[in-house]
Design a protein around this ligand. Structure first.
Ligand SMILES: [Zn+2]
Ligand SMILES: [Zn+2]
Length: 157
């Protein structure tokens, strides 16, 4: 990513926007797939003893829903607030590449869902239940679970 100019003795606001296509290959892990532009709005705060960088990252993620397996995209906003070590600044410039990458990767949910209440697929016929109910009988219990329930019942007596 483009480097951020650091002001001395005053706070510096910055705004950097870059296309994901222009980022180095392997910028993210294989599982993470961002599209469009990544925009970083922030400020460098100098309180006399410490330098801090804080702000927001705006991005768009493309993923396969873990429940219904449909491809989806979502806009994300992530905040960051970190101290900067003087040694990270070269010629008055700060490289925020690592900061952006680490913040984005750490902020990703364990489960990727197309929407919070995604109904997923029917385990029997594979119908996407977001598009409507299928005709399958949902009252029957999975045979493996049934065996387990039987086992428990026997165990109690
Ligand atoms: Zn889904
Ligand atoms: Zn079904």
């Amino acid at each position: 990513m483009r480097k951020v100019q650091i002001g001395r003795g005053f706070d510096t606001r910055f705004s950097v926007e870059e296309s994901v296509a222009d980022l180095p290959e392997n910028f993210f892990s294989d599982e993470e797939n961002f599209v469009g532009n990544i925009k970083v709005d922030g400020e460098i705060v100098n309180d006399g003893s410490t330098l801090k960088i804080r702000g927001k990252i705006f991005c768009r993620k493309k993923f396969i829903c873990d429940r219904c397996l449909v491809q989806a995209e979502e806009n994300q906003v992530h905040e960051f607030d970190e101290e900067i070590d003087e040694s990270e600044i070269a010629d008055g410039l700060l490289d925020i590449t690592e900061l952006v990458r680490d913040t984005l990767i750490a902020a990703q949910p364990i489960q990727n869902l197309c929407k919070p209440d995604c109904k997923g697929l029917c385990p029997k016929c594979g119908q996407n239940l977001n598009e409507g109910e299928c005709a399958c009988d949902k009252s029957s219990v999975d045979p493996r679970l049934a065996a387990l329930l039987n086992f428990k019942a026997v165990e109690q007596f």
